[in-house]
Design a protein around this ligand. Structure first.
Ligand code: PMP
Length: 357
């Protein structure tokens, strides 16, 4: 703390991401990265972009990436916004679209960056408790007793629970709030959900945000995008151009375009993670764990007799890192990223050891 800090800085509570330990030989299942590498075509494109052209600024509009994404999703390029990771895309959306006079609504258990952005941009908000089974209740997001949400955001599948809200339920929320932006954060949707991007031409209030960090295994490249009505996208572009005109560098644009064009690799790599997830869920249930249904590349699991923090610490002693959240209702749980088959087997063996099985 310093007397030179502005009042804004004093009031901030920064987001603390999952740790990135520097040790080798860890089974690292704490930050939902993809266990296998990105498309070889993406790596090749990144290598090819590391030449003399790095002297030059990148395309500030990343038109090549917008065109590739628009084609992949059946949209127009002006319906796509790209940014430096979906965190940056979300940051711009909070400022450009979610800051309204009426409170923004989001689930009390969801991505912990949302309250951070609300603090940063001074956004009035109301958190809504999840149902008993950790699902999102559609009625809580519809105008009630004459009170309309200012805007709505939720992850789908939700994080850290992994639970999916079916597309028809998402559509009821979007259709029920024609005067409010509904942002669906689909960071994990490729692992078993159905994207709301297909609804965009029907609903001008719908914004869908995706990341290249999970299903495309490019977390290190920092690429995310939003898809929505051109008016919503224009608002994001305005904020971006007032903040950082070059969010994506040349390597990121080249790698992301090649990744989008390698559809076969993408589909196969998502299928692989899903198959491993289903096996891990079965193995953990056999050990007595309660595991929420997951449509993501992680699971949320608790043991009726064992404390979540203690299990996390025991795993850590065995060089396995999972995520534990010290928060109401979920402190019995561990969020476990789906690793390779081998990593998941190591995890299951360690849990057997801890449980004395
Ligand atoms: N949304 C959700 C729900 C997430 O869990 C994450 C990853 N922590 C993000 C967005 C941001 O991902 P990135 O910035 O890597 O695109």
């Amino acid at each position: 703390m310093s007397r030179f800090w502005s009042a804004v800085v004093h009031g901030l509570t920064p987001y603390v991401p999952g740790e990135q330990p520097k040790l080798d030989n860890l089974v690292k299942l704490n930050t939902n990265e993809h266990p296998y590498g990105p498309s070889p075509k993406a790596l090749e494109a990144i290598r090819a972009a590391t030449g003399d052209s790095l002297r030059l600024y990148p395309d500030p509009n990343a038109d090549a990436l917008k065109a590739a994404l628009a084609q992949r999703h059946g949209l127009q390029p002006q319906q796509i916004f790209v940014g430096n990771g979906s965190d940056e895309v979300l940051a711009h959306a909070f400022m450009a679209l979610l800051k309204q006079d009426r409170p923004l609504r989001f689930p009390d258990i969801s991505y912990s960056f949302y309250p951070v952005y609300c603090g940063l941009y001074d956004i009035p908000h109301r958190t809504i408790p999840l149902a008993e089974d950790f699902s999102i209740r559609v009625e809580d997001y519809l105008p009630q007793d004459g009170e309309q949400p200012g805007a709505i955001i939720f992850p789908n599948p939700n994080a850290p629970t992994g639970r999916l809200l079916p597309l028809e339920a998402v559509e009821r929320i979007v259709a029920g709030n024609p005067d409010a932006v509904v942002l669906v954060d689909e960071a994990y949707v490729d692992f078993g959900g159905e994207s709301a991007i297909g609804l965009i031409d029907k609903y001008p209030n719908l914004l869908v945000v995706h990341t290249f960090s999970k299903s495309r295994s490019l977390a290190g490249l920092r690429v995310g995008f939003a898809a929505g009505h051109a008016d919503l996208i224009e608002a994001l572009e305005r904020v971006k151009n007032s903040f950082n005109s070059y969010p994506l560098d040349r390597l990121a644009i080249a790698g992301a375009v090649a990744s989008v064009e390698d559809e076969a690799f993408f589909q196969a790599s998502c299928r692989k993670v899903i198959a491993t997830r289903e096996k891990l869920i079965a193995d953990m249930r056999a050990l007595g764990f309660e595991v929420l249904p997951s449509a993501a590349n992680f699971i949320f699991a608790s043991h009726p007799q064992r404390d979540g923090a203690e299990l996390t610490a025991e795993l850590r002693k065995r060089a396995i890192i999972v995520r534990h959240f010290k928060a109401a209702r979920i402190d019995q749980f561990m969020r476990i990223t789906i690793g390779t088959d081998e990593q998941c087997d190591i995890l299951v063996e360690a849990l057997k050891d801890i449980l004395g099985r």
